[in-house]
Ligand binder design. Structure first.
Ligand SMILES: *Cc1c(COP(=O)(O)O)cnc(C)c1O
Length: 469
């Protein structure tokens, strides 16, 4: 299996190089040269298998033989052994035609664990094989840092440094990061804002000497392996509900378009997906695109579903590549126009291609809260605000109700207890794995808002630096 860049000007790479590279050298995102195909019989044969076995079979073609199958199976089993549900991503039925696919049973209670628990282990495996080490550096406003830390903790060949703005994350968010005491995990509470944290991380990456010496790397949402890992649960859910002998639809609460692009990949591989409904909060660039064929930027507004407060959906570039006939220079032109003019448009025919698969709905704050309340009343089920955007979008979509609709639940309600309590009067308790979070010891370092101070801190602790010295 070979991977090509969406901008068409970077080398074609195999799986391991795509894993370690993240972004392509021409600024594009890697996608498979062609999608592996699963016949109806192969899909039927997945029924009843454990999650990890379905995961191995679905992801195997993407590795192109670069990792031996028994080694890969061991990595996959280890990645999902830490989930607190035997089905890893269980389905719960809400009403006659609506199911919720719970993706929040991993260590940080959000769907990013499903991909990142695998990604950290794959990184470690490939680095060990190559005799390399990397230093992961990232900034977080509180939400994604813990998933990256849980993915990298105790990994032999990875050191991770996560900067958060001191005093500006919630206590749960901070403790989920700082109570990880592994020696390769370094939490920095920066005297500054989230933007200051991001600026420092950018400065570290822009210092090429430092970047090379430290083997700086990121585990961000454009990494191909994250998409690959997310394709798996579309297969597990669809076969549980009767695929390939029955059509299925999915609704995905969306920010960066990574999760719903994985569904698009599952469909391209042969899964009978009738429709993909994109749920947006008030940051509705995607819903506006599907309504008009024009992608146009607007300022980000904070919402109850902060992980979707995004105005540029970076993974959309992967879909755009297909809509534009896999023409890398056409993608580059469109994105240049977006950067200079704040918008670009596709043709009516290209929009029609997208609408044959996707639809988009915007769900505002009132509708989000009303959906949390109504779902609790009607089904006795607590939705987090991100998942509520999905449920509301599914209800708004005019799809044939005889087709089962699966809504992806991207966060545990206990991650957003204030909104859930306000809507339902019920405060969702933390699950047992985190119930002692407030008693756990914390380890973190405070640093001034200063690039050199952060640089010195990393140099003194990253094992890649000690080996380079
Ligand atoms: C990251 C995230 C999303 C958005 O996922 P994308 O792949 O960026 O579309 C939705 N909900 C939660 C809880 C998230 O953490």
């Amino acid at each position: 299996m070979q991977y090509v860049s969406t901008r068409g000007a970077a080398p074609v790479l195999g799986f391991e190089d795509v894993l370690l590279a993240g972004l392509a050298r021409d600024g594009g995102l890697y996608v498979p040269q062609s999608w592996p195909q699963f016949s109806a019989d192969e899909i039927r044969a997945l029924r009843g298998l454990p999650y990890s076995e379905i995961a191995v079979r679905v992801m195997r073609p993407f590795l192109g033989g670069s990792i031996a199958e028994d080694e890969f199976r061991a990595i996959v089993e280890d990645a999902y052994a830490g989930f607190d549900h035997g089905a890893v991503t269980p389905l719960v039925q809400l009403d006659q035609r609506t199911w919720v696919l719970e993706l929040f049973h991993g260590p940080t209670l959000a769907f990013k664990d499903v991909a990142l628990q695998l990604l950290g282990r794959l990184f470690d495996h490939v680095l060990a094989k190559r005799g390399q080490r990397v230093t992961i550096v990232g900034a977080t406003s509180g939400d994604t840092g813990s998933a990256a830390i849980e993915a990298c903790r105790d990994r032999e060949n990875i050191d991770i440094f996560i900067l958060h703005p001191k005093g500006r994350t919630s206590e749960v968010q901070r403790r989920q990061m700082t109570s990880v005491l592994s020696s390769n995990v370094h939490n920095v509470a920066l005297h500054g804002t989230f933007d200051d944290c991001q600026d420092i991380v950018k400065a570290l990456f822009n210092d090429t000497g430092f970047r090379d010496r430290m083997g700086l790397s990121a585990v961000n949402s454009i990494n191909w392996a994250r998409i690959m890992a997310q394709i798996v649960y579309y297969f597990t859910a669809a076969v549980a509900l009767g695929a390939p002998d029955r059509k299925i639809a999915f609704t995905v609460p969306t920010g960066n378009f990574g999760n719903v692009y994985a569904a698009y990949g599952a469909r391209a591989m042969g899964l009978p997906i009738e429709k993909l409904v994109v749920g947006s909060n008030s940051n509705d660039i995607l819903a506006r695109f599907f309504a008009s064929g024009t992608m146009s930027a607007a300022p980000v507004v904070p919402t109850l579903s902060p992980s979707m407060d995004i105005q540029i959906s970076s993974n959309f570039e992967r879909l755009l590549f297909d809509l534009l006939g896999r023409d890398g220079s056409a993608v580059t032109d469109a994105l240049n126009r977006f950067r200079t003019e704040g918008k670009f448009a596709v043709t009516d025919a290209q929009l029609a291609d997208a609408l044959a698969i996707f639809s988009g709905h915007r769900v505002d704050e009132d509708a989000t809260m009303a959906t949390v309340a109504a779902t609790w009343e009607e089904s006795g089920y607590l939705l987090d605000p991100h998942t509520a955007v999905g449920v509301a979008a599914a209800k708004a979509d005019p799809l044939d109700p005889s087709i089962p609709m699966v809504v992806l639940a991207t966060a545990h309600p206990a991650k957003f207890p204030d909104a859930v309590e306000k809507a339902t009067g019920r405060r969702p308790p933390l699950p047992p794995r985190l119930s002692d979070l407030y008693e756990r010891e914390e380890r973190l370092s405070e640093l001034p808002n200063d690039v050199a101070a952060v640089q010195d801190f990393v140099v003194a602790r990253a094992r890649a630096a000690q080996e380079a010295a």
